[in-house]
Design a protein. Sequence first.
Length: 111
Amino acid sequence: MIVMVNLIYLEVINEKVNKIELERELEKALAIEFLYNYCQKNKLSVAKLKREIFILSYNQCGFFHASDIKPNGVLNDIETQPKPTLIVEYENGKLVVKETEYTKITKTSHS
């Protein structure tokens, strides 16, 4: 009986994890769709943006480029953090796109 309850519990947790993963992928897809014209206009690669880490928070979302630096404890903690490449913020009832000093990472290769 305990094994059966544990299996049911694991199935429920697995379904919740899959739902969370699906929601994250949908959120990222919507953000990319919103940014598509912006990227075309500013010569940013949508393909590169799709490979970036996507994070959604309360009033903003962002795309971050993973660090290539191998972590070495707290000695290089800041250098190993993902770099923000493009941010979308909700300000005054509008979505506003903000570039960062790292946006050049997503520039198209022929520009």
